[in-house]
Design a protein around this ligand. Structure first.
Ligand code: URA
Length: 426
């Protein structure tokens, strides 16, 4: 077996055997296959795809490249929720505690931000003292106590994905359905929860831009999960505009807490209830309608917020942010953008807003860049709103960046307006 034959086969859309796929994954992970040959194979996959059998084999080979966790120490049914990445997506801080408050254990490992999409670990690191790296025993102990914990992806889990993902990011080979499926599912299968809920984001702020592509990825992930013996469901949710009004790390933690305090409704709340209800239904807690009511009650009663607070404290973080969000890190600089005329908001390009937030310091341009936890954007509108001249559209925040000009132009241009001034309407 050799890598040149394998590259040529995929280039000609000839299916690979399980052994050939294992050879590629283990050869690249242990350094026998160099970056340039792996890049050629990944590009061939991007252009020609893999069939379902090959995708299952790739997922399993990547899962088996490192540890597979043993969740039998958790005192009940375990569930993992994964989002394929979006802008303003803080749902993990809401769904995890809400599901835990309803009796499902949610052990979660997450990653840092990728490109324009925010990372759950970066958001958690905006909470003073919160430890994102814990030994497995401590992580499992917190899950047994509160029902919920999030830590960063352990280095011993799926080392193959870590290496392949970094190469894909640098070679324009991220947006391939079989590669995304194998990357996500290998990590989820290595975490090894009983139930897996996949939130496949679709729209301008997501990797999958159309509903057709998102459904295709969701269906494939469900079948790969089934083939590996997991109870798995994929839900497609909208990421054409950011989820909620806050983009940025501490800002998103604040919005999640405010939702759990009962102060935020709208699309973010609806998506969280839908996803939590799906997770509870998969866990056998009742019909979808019953599970929806359970999720709503977990939030309105304050029980989900109590789970989040206790979890933060067990991680060494400052739980008092759950009572007073002004204790989160505060920005040094702000810049308000107002409407220059009467307008209607027609659409928003979530990816562009994510990039504007990244320029303010909320994300990374180079992989080792430091994050500014205070940086980000707060939107004052929803798509379809009519805004009068001079009313606020959004506010940009940062501590590391005092010159807002580039981010402001990018954020403003991310919005498509309809002019409502009398002269434009005649
Ligand atoms: N998230 C992942 O973990 N992997 C991908 O390939 C895309 C999104």
């Amino acid at each position: 077996m050799n890598i040149i034959d394998i590259i040529n086969k995929t280039k000609r859309a000839v299916p690979l055997s399980d052994e050939e796929i294992s050879y590629v994954v283990s050869g690249y992970t242990n350094g026998d296959i160099p970056d340039y040959q792996m890049s050629a194979w990944l590009m061939a996959v991007c252009l020609n795809g893999l069939n379902e059998h090959e995708t299952v084999a790739l997922t399993k080979a990547m899962r088996d490249s490192g540890d597979i966790l043993d969740m039998s120490c958790i005192n009940g049914i375990t569930a993992d929720k994964h989002s394929t990445g979006g802008v303003g997506d803080k749902t993990s801080f809401i769904i995890g505690p809400a599901a835990a408050a309803c009796g499902v254990y949610v052990p979660k490992m997450s990653g840092k931000g990728l490109g324009h999409t925010g990372g759950t670990i970066d958001k958690l690191e905006s909470i003073s003292g919160y430890r994102t790296e814990l030994p497995f025993e401590e992580f499992a102990g917190i899950v047994n106590k509160t029902g919920f914990s999030i830590i960063s992806q352990s280095g011993t889990l799926c080392p193959a994905d870590k290496k392949i993902y970094a190469l894909r990011n640098a070679t324009g080979t991220v947006d391939s359905i079989p590669l995304i499926c194998a990357s996500i599912m290998s990590k989820k299968l290595a975490l090894n929860a009983d139930i897996l809920l996949l939130d496949v984001k679709c729209g301008s702020g997501a990797f999958m831009k159309t509903n057709l592509e998102a459904r295709k990825l969701g269906d494939l992930m469900e079948r790969v999960g089934d083939a590996a013996g997991k109870k798995c469901r994929a839900i497609v949710t909208d990421m054409d505009s950011p989820l909620g009004s806050c983009i940025g790390n501490a800002l998103e933690v604040k919005e999640a807490i405010e939702l759990l305090q009962g102060k935020v409704k709208g699309r973010l709340y609806d998506v969280c209830i839908e996803l939590t209800a799906n997770l509870l239904e998969l866990a056998g807690k009742g019909t979808f309608g019953e599970c929806q009511r359970m999720a709503e009650e977990a939030i309105s009663s304050g029980r989900a917020l109590a789970v989040l607070k206790e979890t933060i404290e067990l991680h060494g973080g400052d739980g008092s942010i759950c009572d007073d969000v002004s204790l989160l890190p505060q920005p040094r600089f702000r810049h308000e953008i107002r409407a220059s005329r009467d307008v209607e908001i027609v659409s928003v390009n979530a990816e562009e807003l994510g990039m504007a937030s990244l320029l303010l310091g909320a994300g990374r341009i180079q992989k080792d860049d430091a994050i500014d936890p205070t940086a980000g954007i707060v939107l004052e509108f929803e798509v379809g709103d009519k805004i009068s001249m001079d009313a606020p559209l959004m506010t940009l925040y940062s501590t590391v960046c005092s010159d807002f000009s580039e981010a402001a132009v990018r954020a403003y241009n991310a919005i498509t307006f309809r002019d409502l001034t009398a002269s434009a309407l005649t």
